[in-house]
Design a protein around this ligand. Structure first.
Ligand SMILES: Nc1nc2c(c(=O)[nH]1)N[C@H]1C(S)=C(S)[C@@H](COP(=O)(O)OP(=O)(O)OC[C@H]3O[C@@H](n4cnc5c(=O)[nH]c(N)nc54)[C@H](O)[C@@H]3O)O[C@H]1N2
Ligand SMILES: Nc1nc2c(c(=O)[nH]1)N[C@H]1C(S)=C(S)[C@@H](COP(=O)(O)OP(=O)(O)OC[C@H]3O[C@@H](n4cnc5c(=O)[nH]c(N)nc54)[C@H](O)[C@@H]3O)O[C@H]1N2
Ligand code: SF4
Ligand code: SF4
Ligand SMILES: [Mo]
Length: 906
């Protein structure tokens, strides 16, 4: 390690450290304007010039690595003068008004310290206010190009470019015109790095700066980015990424960065409500609301027993709250009818991975992205649904990693892929089997690994030969040469890492398809090592946690089967746990439809809007005697069907923990108070339990107390105390004791509960019933877009709403032409189950006969189109495949349309 002297101070630092970082670590501040630790040093502004003994000229500290015995001086009169002249050049065109507006900006303090007074005037043509979230004022640009570099090097979007030369150069978005018209994905990274106020959050100029910052975890998706929430007078004013967050490393996506406005939306429900006999909501106090909810449940329990009630818990709420929800169902209501949104999402990942590897969670971590030589992304639109992971994948590929994308649509990552396989929807099993067949056919398997860690190889080999890609063309529609290329890359260019999404799981063979992914990892030795593994990209912020906490009918906390864990858990609870088999969410709704389930308690899950078969769900909910909804907003389920509404605090208003996609438990901290009398889900559940006579078993002073009970119930989490979780990045389970560092890579030596060897699975491809025929020649895929999140309750009430756009049906230009459609034409979509109408958008990234739309807009009930198809193991719905028929909607029909099934939820 080099030892050097900086301004007379002895400093030791690792090889390769720049003088700038070494000085920073020693507490010596060298002015630097083009520097950002997230970026490769560029030496553009040269303000960090220092004297190095023996050198004939001042050197840029950011680009010069330290050497042993180096003697550095950072502040001399000559350097001061040099910096002054550099500053004068940098602010040549800079607006004079800017310094007066915000004198504390580091650049402005530097100008004042160096007695530099900019003389530029504000030119209106340099201001761009087109973007809803980002304000551009190039009068304040000093040409440090940090925006250009961060957009390239972190987000991978390449939006900004430098136009012109020398003093005349300026940044322009790739549209050549406004930022709104560019390919910007609104991550805000360029704003975050800009050292002047050339790029600011829109509205920042009018908002006073925050008076407090709270570290917490993003409330949206299961990437689990850590963020700093700026608040003033009890309101969130801005959100910034955190540099020391291992997941997002100083980056956020648009939802984390700009999606907080919902918190203070005027239509947040702030008092409990009950619906009167005339169907009108009446605001009541908490006592009355809880009493009404519990009395309704009591009546059903007395009359029909615990099989007639159920709880659907929220994958948006904390671990502590989900733990309480299942304890409430089991203890206070006496039923195992408890489930969460994992059911409709990645339950097949959990089931498939658990059955093959013994643990139903991601085998590896996001940090493995940078270690993998090949990344395979199957059925995941990563850059839209998990943008921070998507950005990390892009950067890895730009540095030379290989990428395989399997998706019928040409998603953004496909542009970076070595191989993009575009199979017919619903044929994942055949595709993955074909890759496995190639691996055997061409002798690409990891023989050593297979010998040590894999079972049933011979059996599998005999079976898989039938799936060589030349034989599956009819099913998959893929060129066998492409399948062979993908298989070779995955097998030979390891370590190879898989990510998969809902294109795999929300199919009738969801669980089996996950097993096929596991087969590929086993055959090629890509499990149990850094840079490898099978990694579901889980959905909501805490869906991994909600299920693991026990919000599943057949499992208790830790995903342990009910029968195995019952006595242990009941002992800690000092309360009985029922034996009767519980129903999952799909079965509960079926049972509501047939009248056997009569009361449901739904926490943070808009089932009416997001479950398939909207009409069937509506009918089932209408038949319930009691429907309690606990949410931030009167979502569609609440608005149309609930009998009691309990207003919940949002993630910005409570303490607890979330668990991300890579088994990482991180702290959630209250940044603002809950509005009105809204309460955290934990408080609400505790009140309800107390009203059921179980107050003692649900009396906790704070979330940490609940977590301590969870650690007793769940051995793999025992080592994760709040004190330890308070550190950046929290901890990844398994973490069995307080000295355990947490686990990044699973299955290094053995598969839990299975042994050293995991068995290959023989899975045959089965056709879905959603097959095309003459009447239904198109396949509809439903999925996500960047700017809207699921039911949209949060993104539609934030700045993100302005970026979302209404629902559209994406269709290939060829199909559109054949149907006589031009962009924007309304299209009538009919499936075997329902109908809907929306405008079309031409998208050449779609294959023929395939259309795509999002869900979550209450005005168009897309889910009325979906059918009853389910994965038989987990009952996860077949959201990804519906046979439809399309017609251009004539204006005259439009008028008659409103009452029909697809148009509205009624
Ligand atoms: N911006 C945003 N982010 C989100 C969400 C959101 O609503 N908005 N929701 C969150 C949630 S809950 C979840 S679960 C995740 C979901 O994240 P993803 O799994 O990425 O979501 P989807 O867009 O539903 O589906 C992924 C891809 O599967 C492809 N696909 C469809 N059929 C097939 C097929 O047969 N084979 C293959 N190989 N691919 C297929 C689709 O074309 C689509 O690109 O995102 C989370 N993040
Ligand atoms: N067509 C189609 N439909 C789909 C899918 C698809 O791909 N295609 N994907 C499915 C998938 S994967 C999922 S996960 C579901 C998602 O469907 P939902 O779970 O219904 O959607 P979310 O928007 O995630 O949020 C649910 C509710 O939680 C509330 N909420 C947020 N935070 C809190 C909190 O802290 N406490 C409480 N009590 N409430 C809170 C929100 O206001 C919202 O009403 O949709 C499914 N539906
Ligand atoms: S907001 Fe993000 S994507 Fe848009 S220009 Fe800035 S860095 Fe690039
Ligand atoms: S990637 Fe997910 S967790 Fe990260 S900021 Fe975006 S929505 Fe939040
Ligand atoms: Mo999901």
């Amino acid at each position: 390690m080099p030892r050097l002297t900086i301004d007379g101070l002895a400093v030791t630092c690792p090889d390769g450290t720049s003088i700038l970082s070494a000085a920073g670590a020693a507490g010596i501040d060298i002015p630097a304007l083009c520097h950002d630790p997230r970026l490769r040093p560029s030496g553009t502004c040269r303000l960090c010039v220092v004297d190095v003994a023996g050198a004939d000229r001042p050197t840029a500290a950011c680009t010069t690595p330290v050497t042993d015995a180096m003697v550095v001086r950072t502040a001399t009169p000559a350097l001061h003068a040099l910096r002054k002249s550099l500053l004068q050049m940098l602010v040549g065109r800079y607006s004079a008004a800017a310094v007066a507006d915000s004198p504390d900006l580091p650049l402005h303090r530097l100008l004042t310290d160096h007695a530099v007074v900019p003389a530029g005037t504000t030119m209106l043509e340099l201001i761009d206010q087109s973007h809803p979230a980002i304000h551009v004022d190039l009068n304040r640009c000093i040409s440090c190009w940090r925006c250009v570099r961060i957009c390239d090097e972190v987000q991978g979007q390449f939006v900004w470019r430098i136009d012109g030369r020398g003093i005349e150069s300026k940044v322009v978005p790739d549209s050549g015109a406004t930022l709104a018209a560019s390919s910007c994905v609104s991550c805000g990274a360029c704003v975050d790095t800009c050292p002047t106020e050339a790029l600011t959050d829109a509205g920042a100029a009018s908002a006073a700066p925050p008076t407090a910052w709270t570290r917490t975890t993003c409330p949206y998706c299961a990437v689990g980015c850590e963020m700093s929430v700026g608040t003033r007078d009890g309101r969130i004013t801005e959100i910034r990424p955190l540099f020391d967050a291992p997941v997002n490393r100083g980056h956020l996506c648009v939802k984390g960065r700009y999606g907080f406005g919902f918190t203070h939306s005027p239509d947040r429900i702030t008092t409990p409500m009950v619906r009167d006999a005339a169907g009108q909501w009446r605001s009541v106090d908490w006592n009355e609301a809880i009493a009404a909810a519990v009395a309704g449940f009591r009546q059903v329990l007395d009359r029909s027993g615990p099989a007639a009630v159920g709880v659907l818990s929220s994958a948006r709420a904390t671990n502590e709250e989900n733990y309480l929800a299942q304890k409430f169902a089991r203890v206070a209501l006496g039923t195992n009818n408890i489930d969460c949104c994992a059911r409709v999402c990645h339950a097949p990942s959990a089931a498939g991975l658990k059955s093959v590897f013994g643990t139903g969670a991601a085998t590896n971590s996001f940090d493995d992205i940078e270690m993998a030589r090949t990344i395979m992304v199957c059925g995941s639109n990563t850059t839209e649904a998990h943008p921070i992971v998507g950005a990390r994948i892009k950067q890895s590929v730009l540095r030379g990693a290989h990428l395989i994308v399997i998706d019928p649509r040409r998603i953004e990552l496909a542009r970076y892929a070595d191989v993009h396989l575009r199979p017919r929807p619903g044929t994942v099993v055949a595709v993955l089997n074909s890759m496995a067949a190639v691996i055997l056919d061409e002798g690409l398997l990891a023989a050593d690994f297979v010998a040590r860690r894999v079972d049933r190889f011979d059996d599998f080999g005999a079976f898989i030969a039938d799936y060589v890609p030349e034989r599956t063309v009819e099913v998959t529609g893929l060129d066998p040469a492409d399948v062979r290329r993908a298989a070779r890359l995955y097998a030979q260019q390891g370590p190879s890492l898989q990510f998969h999404g809902l294109g795999v799981t929300e199919q009738v063979q969801g669980t089996e398809a996950v097993m096929c992914l596991a087969n590929l990892a086993l055959l090629t030795g890509n499990v149990g090592k850094p840079g490898t593994g099978c990694n579901p990209l889980r959905g909501q912020n805490n869906v991994q946690g909600a299920a693991l906490m026990g919000c599943e009918p057949h499992h208790l906390t830790g995903s342990v089967p009910l029968a195995t864990a019952k006595d242990h858990t009941a002992g800690i609870w000092a309360a009985p746990i029922p034996d009767a088999t519980g129903l999952d969410a799909m079965e509960m709704l079926d049972a509501a439809g047939s009248g056997t389930v009569k009361a449901l308690w739904v926490i943070g899950w808009d089932i009416l809007l997001t479950q398939p078969q909207t009409g069937v769900v509506r009918q089932a909910l209408d038949q319930l005697e009691v429907l309690v909804v606990q949410d931030l907003f009167l979502n569609e389920t609440a608005r149309r069907c609930a009998t009691v509404f309990l207003p919940a605090a949002s993630a910005f208003e409570k303490d607890g923990t979330f668990m991300n996609s890579e088994r990482r438990v991180q702290r959630v901290r209250a940044a603002v108070p809950a509005p009105g009398s809204a309460k955290s889900d934990a408080e609400i559940i505790s009140l309800a339990a107390a009203a059921c006579g179980w107050g003692q078993a649900f009396s906790y002073r704070q979330p940490a107390d609940i977590w301590d009970e969870i650690r007793r119930v769940w051995p793999a989490g025992a080592g994760m105390t709040y004190a330890r979780l308070d550190h950046p990045g929290g901890l990844q389970w398994p973490c069995p004791d307080s000295s355990h560092p947490g686990t990044r890579v699973l299955h290094t030596d053995a598969f839990p509960g299975i042994g050293a060897r995991a068995a290959l699975r023989r899975v045959d491809y089965r056709r879905s019933t959603e097959m095309n025929d003459e009447s239904y020649p198109f396949t509809l895929i439903t999925g996500r877009q960047l700017y809207a999140f699921n039911a949209g309750t949060m993104t539609s009430r934030s700045v993100t709403a302005a970026l979302t756009g209404g629902p559209v049906l994406d269709i290939s230009p060829g199909d559109a032409a054949a149907l006589g459609l031009v962009e924007g034409d309304p299209v009538r979509i009919c499936s075997r189950h329902g109908a809907a109408t929306m405008p079309c958008r031409l998208d050449d990234g779609l294959p023929p006969a395939t259309v795509f739309t999002t869900f979550g807009c209450p005005d168009v009930a897309v889910n009325a189109l979906l059918g009853p198809g389910r994965d038989p193991t987990t009952h996860t719905p077949e959201y990804k495949m519906t046979a439809v028929h399309l017609t251009r909607e004539l204006p005259a029909e439009n008028a008659r349309d409103t009452g029909e099934s697809g148009r509205t939820l009624t």
